[in-house]
Design a protein around this ligand. Sequence first.
Ligand code: AMP
Length: 239
Amino acid sequence: MASLISEMEIGQEKDRKTLPGPILLLGAPGAGKGTQAKELVKLWEIPQISTGDLLRANVAQGTQLGQAAQAVMDRGDLVPDSLVNDMVAVRLSEPDTIRGYILDGYPRTLNQAGWLDGRIAGRPESLPVVAVSIQVDYNQLLRRITGRRNCPVCQTIYNVYAKPPRISGICDIEGAALVQRADDTEEVFAERMRAYAALTEPVVEHYRALGRFAEVDGNRPIDVVVAGIVAAVERLRAL
Ligand code: AMP
């Protein structure tokens, strides 16, 4: 009996170590966090939590948060920490996050990182955070951002240079006219990069120092980058 219980405990411990748990995808605007997160969602069956998507949904619905965030987002600055942390708190309390989640675009400041670390530390059942930073060259980022177009119906992401739709400006799946985000222009990109360097690079250094951290070369094809992230997470989960 005793050996059966210990075998069960070992099994549970093994499961715990192999669960995806909380994963952070870090990287500059255009690094491919959203694209990679969508692939990882299919693989691990845990939700992608993109603060950019949540904020855009609030803007579209005209909520109080959306009204407060829209102008800040349109000029490429960061939405105040307290608003974003409250929004993330609500999302993380949903039951689909129990086995883990992929945070995409959060945390973006040391204050947000401190809030998240405190929340996870307060839940002993949660695995520790694993952070993966996706590295992409500046010119590649610029091409990805200024070329990006989205389908407003199915949210498929195209790129006029790298992944154009069959008919220019039209979604292959829905036939809807593609749209460009207001903050995907070259001027706003420059501002977003300034915000990234000043406020988010310290977050990358914070997680690098904590140890469960990896860098992945995001200049390569999507499937190669996904494989790199999966390998990094498996290695870091086993620590
Ligand atoms: P993204 O879709 O991740 O590029 O985010 C688009 C915009 O939403 C950013 O430029 C910010 O204005 C805002 N935003 C998204 N995530 C955050 C965050 N964690 N903290 C503050 N602002 C954010």
